[in-house]
Write a protein that binds this ligand. Structure first.
Ligand code: AMP
Length: 205
């Protein structure tokens, strides 16, 4: 967990490599559905472009499907989910049905001024959706596609996403703090590798 621009995707990808378990990023799944033009993608787009959250039932459907079967038994990383208390409750039911538990909730902490700077610099690939920082040359390093700002990284949308985070997502941390799942708070300011070591240290204590 963490506000927009905290580095959830970047850290999630590193952890996915290091631990060798799959990562399910609801934002990536929604962007993929948008690109593919599915009914779910079209519905989600309205919310995403406005910096609002996609309705809980849509998100819980995505997660239930992603975790179905034996996938969950090998372990997994959830990135950008749960973002509301009802999502956390729904996840609790999904995990109970699967007979698995969360090991930890990782909260990546980054101040607002750093977020606004990071997101105004962020470029993503129009083709494959990879997030690449400026200075990686003119094209996407993964597929050669054209880079552009992410649709919801406009300053006014970022302000709304931060508000949504404070109002709807921050309460999820309090909800987990009152649960049996340990919440690990990690300082998200610094080099990507440094933050990755903090995350790793936090979950293997
Ligand atoms: P992200 O890539 O995690 O920053 O997500 C981008 C956008 O997708 C968010 O601003 C929301 O509109 C939507 N989204 C992603 N994950 C969720 C979620 N768990 N609940 C509701 N909306 C989500």
């Amino acid at each position: 967990m963490g506000p927009p621009g905290a580095g959830k995707g970047t850290q999630g990808e590193i952890l996915e490599q290091d631990l060798g378990v799959p990562r399910y990023a609801t934002g990536d799944i929604l962007r993929e559905a948008k690109r593919a033009g599915t009914a779910m993608g079209r519905e989600a787009q309205r919310y995403m472009d406005a910096g609002e959250l996609v309705p809980d039932d849509v998100i819980l459907g995505i997660v239930r499907e992603a975790l179905a079967g034996e996938v969950a038994e090998r372990g997994f990383i959830l990135d950008g989910f749960p973002r509301t208390v009802p999502q956390a409750e729904g996840l609790g039911r999904i995990l109970e049905d699967l007979g698995v538990r969360l090991d930890a909730v990782v909260d990546i902490d980054v101040p607002d001024e750093v977020i606004v700077r990071r997101l105004s610099d962020r470029r993503v690939c129009r083709e494959c959706g990879a997030a690449v920082g400026p200075g990686d040359g003119g094209a996407c390093s993964a597929c050669g596609g054209e880079l552009a700002p992410r649709a919801d990284d406009r300053p006014e949308t970022v302000r709304r996403r931060l508000e949504v985070y404070r109002d709807q997502t921050a309460p999820v941390l309090a909800w987990y703090a009152a649960s049996a799942v340990p919440v690990v708070r990690v300082d998200g300011v610094g080099a990507v590798r440094e933050v990755a070591s903090r995350v790793r240290a936090g979950i293997t204590r």
